[in-house]
Design a protein around this ligand. Structure first.
Ligand code: BES
Ligand code: MN
Ligand code: ZN
Length: 498
């Protein structure tokens, strides 16, 4: 699907459908809409708004044939809702709805559309074009790799019409950024959706290697023998029950200019989480191929960063392994010495993510970065607290967390801060080691965060829990069900904002 921008009246663009936005509380047509209305014999103002009573309620749509070939054989009015409430988030959702509906309508191959709701004054042309493109591209994602019958989109071309040269330029930048970010999201979603039989530590490190070669990133990979020497003992314990060899990958993007900042992203990379000897009930295991979503996210972000080229050095790290029960598995009561020397009593083999992240956080400390952000499908407790559409965030720097939450809001992704209190360490107390890997059932997401805090010395550390949001079982706004690519947008935009 190709999206392009051109400074042109919609009356002069030939398409199968022209799309016009109407506010609920302000139905006066813009000059451009008026021209189109005139070309269509007052079809918009008279027939649809006056006679048919199109209300312009948010997400309302009506598609009507024009009986003309020029400029288009169909017209679609879309409701923008109340002018004051219209924002980029609504715009994304609306564009997702538009594209899905038109793709199911007979004979729509190309569409022309204005910068929807620009007259609200609530956003600039660049953000408008960006949000529109994201809505279109995210909604059209489909995972059909293993279906013998592929679904192909009917719509091939979207032409965004602007009304002045400045808007045209800004909209082009917006569309371009959206294409980069959505391609990265597609990559992340594909990797998450890939079954664990094929998404193994080995195959994912190969994918990361190829990605690095394509994008000019530095790529390092470490195998079990090397990781033993590097004291990744907590991580290696988690993977030891599996037939798959664990891998640790480290990708680096270096700007051509001197870097303003150095940022480390860490993604949880459990390629399948059976729970280990604390085996999960069958139902809970059904989606555990997605337990490497953090890894897929940081790979997506660094892909987008390589294309957007900020003056920021970005590292993507992931410790990849499978959590499986076997005669070689790590066991309840085992005591592990993490890379930073702290000892951990294994209380529950299903709290494996934090053990793998612990050693990577210590490795990250050695790189001496300005900020460290880890992202993980870490706790069921986070899903209980925030559901499937809100991502949990916590850490040791309130300003950094606030910034990420704000960028998330603009990016169309909701984050909510959960607390970490020092005295939560009490819940991790062990009789025989420095700590154990689980607390009680209570405050599970925060206690997991408190655990991780033992393994970083960085003063700017944030932990993002995407257990609920990485993979959803109901569509939400522009997102289809399945893998969402959540946090690719937020983290990319966050790094670009630094
Ligand atoms: N990967 C799971 C968390 C998870 C659950 C992600 C559901 C996505 C959907 C994690 O490794 C886990 O099993 N956590 C345990 C921790 C507990 C044993 C302290 C949990 O949340 O139940
Ligand atoms: Mn687990
Ligand atoms: Zn897990």
């Amino acid at each position: 699907m190709d999206i392009s921008v051109k400074n042109q009246e919609m009356t002069t663009i030939l398409s199968n459908a022209s799309i016009i936005g109407v506010f609920e509380d302000d139905k006066t047509l813009t000059p451009a809409q008026e021209k189109l209305d005139k070309a269509l014999g007052k079809m918009i103002s008279n027939d649809l708004i006056k006679k048919e009573g199109f209300k312009g309620k948010f997400l309302d749509t009506v598609i009507v044939p024009t009986q003309l070939k020029i400029p288009s054989d169909k017209i679609m009015l879309v409701g923008l809702g109340k002018k004051k409430e219209f924002d980029c988030s609504k715009l994304r959702e609306l564009c997702a709805k538009i594209i899905k509906q038109l793709d199911k309508t007979l004979n729509v191959k190309n569409i022309s559309i204005e910068l929807l709701g620009l007259k609200s004054g609530n956003f600039e042309a660049q953000d408008c074009a960006s949000a529109m493109s994201e809505g279109f591209l995210i909604a059209m994602y489909d995972y059909d790799k293993y279906k013998t019958k592929k679904t192909t989109a009917q719509i091939k071309k979207i032409r965004i019409a602007t009304q002045d040269a400045k808007d045209e330029k800004a909209a082009k930048t917006g569309v371009n950024n959206a294409k980069i970010i959505c391609a990265a999201m597609d990559f992340t979603k594909d990797l998450i959706n890939e079954p664990a039989q094929n998404a193994t530590p080995e195959s994912i490190s190969q994918i990361a290697k190829n990605l690095s070669a394509d994008l000019g990133l530095i790529f390092e990979v470490y195998n079990k023998k090397q990781l033993t020497e590097m004291n990744f003992n907590a991580f290696l314990a988690v993977g030891q029950g599996s037939e798959q060899e664990p891998k640790f990958i480290h990708l680096t993007y270096k700007p051509t200019k001197k870097a303003k900042k150095k940022i480390i992203l860490i993604g949880k990379g459990i390629t399948f989480d059976s729970g280990g000897l604390d085996i999960k009930p069958a139902n809970s295991m059904l989606t555990m191929k997605t337990d490497m979503s953090g890894c897929a996210t940081v790979l997506g972000v660094i892909q987008a960063i390589a294309a957007l080229k900020p003056d920021i050095e970005v590292h993507a790290l992931s410790a990849l392994c499978e959590n499986m029960p076997s005669g070689k598995s790590y066991k309840q009561g085992d005591i592990l010495t993490a890379k930073n020397g702290k000892t951990i009593e294994v209380d529950n083999t299903d709290a494996e993510g934090r053990l793998t992240l612990a050693d990577v956080l210590t490795y990250a400390d050695e790189l001496e970065a300005d900020e460290v952000i880890d992202i993980a499908t870490l706790t069921g407790a986070c899903i209980v607290a925030l559901g499937q559409n809100i991502t949990g965030i916590m850490g040791n720097n309130p300003d950094m967390i606030k910034n990420i939450i704000n960028i998330g809001k603009k990016s169309g992704e909701t984050l909510w801060e959960l607390p970490i209190f020092d005295d939560m360490q009490e819940m991790l107390k062990s009789d025989v080691a420095d700590m154990r890997n689980t607390g009680s059932r209570f405050a599970g997401a925060s206690v997991a965060g408190r655990f991780l805090q033992n393994f970083t010395k960085n003063k700017n550390w944030a932990h993002i829990d995407i257990a609920g949001t990485a993979f959803i079982d109901k569509p939400y706004k522009e997102l289809n069900k399945g893998a969402t690519g959540v946090m690719v947008r937020t983290l990319t935009n966050y790094i670009m904002s630094l």
